[in-house]
Ligand binder design. Structure first.
Ligand code: TYM
Length: 326
């Protein structure tokens, strides 16, 4: 039995990329493993977010995670800021990571390039992410492709800490799915689907209604050719659609490509497959949304369980680095 941890920021509407790159694999990992899934609200503070909106999105995020199929009886589902050890360990890891390492993080560089004002937290973000993971002695972190670099940093920091202060943390590894790890924007297939990029027609929300999903997929940007082939470099739009179809239906990309003569039928089938994937989630989210008290109860049980697991690791790390207890 492995220990699994992953997280999502409550900073925008969740989309198909979040589902295929991450949530789907979280659901697959539950049961056989000890699993922790976290709404990382502290990470959302690194960009400007309205307090009321943050509160609402935090609970809505938990609703979606339950709706995709996480079972709170089996996994620990919680909110990052409810477990104080995350920020406490983050400081120890900020004092372990280097400026050079953090400066090389592409997510930081991209976001910093967009923002007018860069917060210190945006820069130190990966140290907090490393703390999230290392607190739970984690073996596997199911994430999309864009988190690989953060996971490498987490490993480097864990190894450095263990070598310098004695064995304290399990060194985790990223588990990135073969398909769906990098779902691209339907309007701009050269860039990934993202909460932070303003591209409503290119982003399929997990809660979009079937009509919206159909419209967005049917209007997806392809190319001037007519042959359906999987070639992400030359044909990013068509390849993205083929990948969506493959993950949604379980058919291989090459095999799927071989069955189409034109883009119209491919789009229709992708739209149907995505609707079939998302409709049950949407229905369940609507149901859960009517009983937020129950969702809050689940999060409070989750926080208590997470604290129990996190406290001994933090205490061990603090002791190892030379801090005293009162
Ligand atoms: P976040 O909130 O941006 O995304 C959550 C998860 O969704 C995946 N993802 C995608 N996968 C495929 N295609 C896409 N277009 C796409 N967009 C997003 C992400 O890879 C991620 O797995 N830093 C993290 C949150 C975090 C975390 C952690 C993750 C904080 N602490 C500890 C794992 C472990 C982030 O911003 O994810």
């Amino acid at each position: 039995m492995a220990t699994v941890f992953s997280g999502v920021q409550p900073s925008g509407d969740f989309h198909l990329g979040n589902y295929l790159g991450a949530f789907r694999n979280w659901v697959a990992a539950q049961g056989d493993n000890e699993a922790y899934f976290c709404v990382v609200d502290l990470h959302a503070l690194t960009l400007d977010i309205d307090p009321e909106e943050l509160r609402r999105r935090t609970i809505d995020s938990a609703v979606i995670l339950l709706a995709v199929g996480l079972d709170p009886e089996v996994v620990t589902l919680f909110v990052q800021s409810h477990v104080a050890e995350h920020t406490r360990l983050a400081w120890l890891l900020e004092c372990t990571a280097t400026m050079g390492e953090l400066s090389r993080m592409t997510q930081y560089k991209e976001k910093a390039a967009r923002g007018e004002m860069v917060r210190v937290g945006l820069f130190t973000y990966p140290a907090l992410m490393a703390a999230d993971i290392l607190l739970y002695q984690v073996d596997e972190v199911p994430v999309g492709d864009d988190q690989r670099q953060h996971l490498e940093l987490t490993r480097d920091v864990a190894i450095r800490f263990n070598n310098r202060y004695g064995p304290t943390f399990t060194v985790p590894r990223a588990t990135v799915p073969k398909l769906g790890a990098r779902v691209m924007d339907l309007q701009h297939p050269e860039r990934k689907m993202s909460k932070s990029v303003d591209s409503p027609m290119g982003t399929v929300g997990i809660l979009d209604d079937p009509g919206e999903v159909q419209r967005k997929v049917m209007r997806a940007v392809t190319d001037a050719e007519t042959t359906v082939a999987y070639d992400p470099e030359r044909k990013p739009g068509v390849s993205n659609l083929l990948e969506l179809l493959a993950v949604a239906t379980g058919v291989g990309v090459e095999q799927a490509a071989g069955t189409y003569r034109g883009y119209g039928q491919l789009k229709r089938d992708v739209a149907d497959a995505v609707v079939a994937l998302l409709s049950p989630i949407r229905e369940r989210a609507l149901e859960l949304g009517s009983d937020l008290g129950e969702v809050e109860r689940i999060l409070s049980v989750g926080a208590a369980r997470a604290r129990e697991a996190a406290a001994p690791t933090y205490a061990a790390a603090a002791r190892a680095i030379g801090l005293t207890s009162p």
